[in-house]
Design a protein around this ligand. Structure first.
Ligand code: IPE
Ligand code: IPE
Ligand code: MG
Length: 239
């Protein structure tokens, strides 16, 4: 991709895909239409990430708190997810995408759980892009689960010391690098319980573009901005 030639790309991009409802409202359409259009953005951003050879893409699709939305909307979101999974497997195989889930998979109905596990199993050997979808995900819940698991292993005697490194292993993202870039669409200046531990030194990029309008050009713009950021990780600026 010419536009990103010679620029420093992130290894791991995480995205809070927000604004589907507002996109629909602006057009006097039901919210679900925004979610449908948002799926097209997912496809485009996944494909662009493959083309750019970005190895990790993590998308926040449904939060632990989103369950309190109207039943009809939740149902429609689950349907869209199931549809996406069935439809995208050939593309995932063709492009070398490994599908991964973070979040409380047990919260989903059995039919969806089976689809999720099957897609993960089918794509497990793919190596080009790890596509992680955060579903029924909450950062606080993730940390709490890790603490419970650690307490259990300490009691059992299989864990002796708790360090940052061992703690990280107990998170859903245990075997992934932390995100280098976090994008949030639709302008909200908040994290909404996403990857709380993992984003300690992540570069933040918030755009007013609504998720259904966030396509390749908007993505490239975010990546360009990222390439100009100076990351310090607490060090002194050189020169
Ligand atoms: C993001 O869009 C999708 C989900 C959270 C599932 P929203 O549905 O939150 O859209 P807005 O924020 O109401 O515009
Ligand atoms: C964050 O969006 C969750 C997802 C994008 C899945 P929300 O729309 O749920 O966040 P808030 O409620 O505006 O903080
Ligand atoms: Mg929202």
């Amino acid at each position: 991709m010419q536009a990103t030639k010679n620029i420093k790309l992130p290894t791991h991009v995480a995205i809070i895909m927000d604004g589907n409802g507002r996109w629909a409202r602006q057009r006097h359409l039901p919210r679900v239409e925004g979610h449908i259009r948002g799926m097209e953005s997912v496809r485009e951003i996944v494909t662009s990430s493959c083309e750019l050879r970005i190895p990790y893409l993590t998308l926040y699709a449904f939060s632990k708190e989103n369950w309190i939305r109207p039943k009809e909307e939740v149902k429609k979101l689950l349907e869209l997810l199931a549809h996406y999974l069935v439809q995208e497997i050939p593309l995932m195989m063709e492009k070398g995408i490994r599908f991964n889930i973070i979040g409380a998979i047990q919260d989903f109905p059995k039919r969806i759980r089976t689809l999720l596990y099957n897609t993960m199993a089918q794509t497990a050997k793919n190596k080009k892009l790890v596509l992680t979808i955060a579903l029924s995900y909450g950062g606080r819940q993730e940390i709490l689960n890790a603490v419970k698991q650690i307490a259990h292993d300490i009691r059992k005697g299989s864990l002796l010391r708790i360090t940052e490194k061992t703690f990280k292993k107990y998170l859903y993202t245990g075997d992934m690098p932390d995100p280098d870039l976090l994008i949030r669409t639709s302008g909200e200046m908040r994290i909404s319980n996403f990857l709380l531990w993992q984003i300690a030194y992540t570069e933040l990029y918030i755009t007013d573009v609504l998720w259904p309008d966030f396509r390749k050009d908007a993505y490239l713009k975010a990546l360009k901005v990222f390439s100009t950021r100076e990351r310090r990780f607490g060090m002194v600026k050189e020169g």
